[in-house]
Ligand binder design. Sequence first.
Ligand code: RTP
Ligand code: MG
Length: 158
Amino acid sequence: ASNGGMETEKTLAMIKPDGLRGNYTDRIRRAIVESGFRILKDRVVELDEDRASQFYAEHSSKSFFPSLVKYMTSGPVCVMVLEKQNAIADWRAMIGPTDATKAKATHPNSIRAMCGLDSEKNCVHGSDSLQSAHREISFFFEETVWSKSETSHLSQVF
Ligand code: RTP
Ligand code: MG
């Protein structure tokens, strides 16, 4: 490769409804860029119940699923395609543990420590594997024809 064999990778990052409501978007995006990621694409969308359920289908049998879907449909989310070497693992490391309470205790510099609240309202998402990254990027940026009322560019929102 032209960059000396250092292949880049893409991952899907999401600022969840609590993160958007709490005005953490600018801080999160600055941290992303300062950590060497390129933000290739971004959009703000509102998930309805069907799409939130599809996105988190792997958790459909869990007891927290109904609450998770309610949370994820409580307001708009900002989805971004991030690119860098080792993007998937590096973004997961940057966001910290799922439970924001734990993140505050053990990973104080993580994004979930900065803006998350508890085991559910943890303000950000990151793809957990190459396969998830492919699925999730196409979920938001290819497969679905989002209606105009559901989607807007960040510049129109902030
Ligand atoms: P994510 O998929 O959102 O990046 O989070 P994750 O990999 O760290 O955690 P995962 O196990 O995939 O869970 C997905 C989301 O479900 C909510 N959750 N609530 N109440 C609970 O015990 C519980 N556990 C998980 C969180 O919003 C979590 O991010
Ligand atoms: Mg997950």
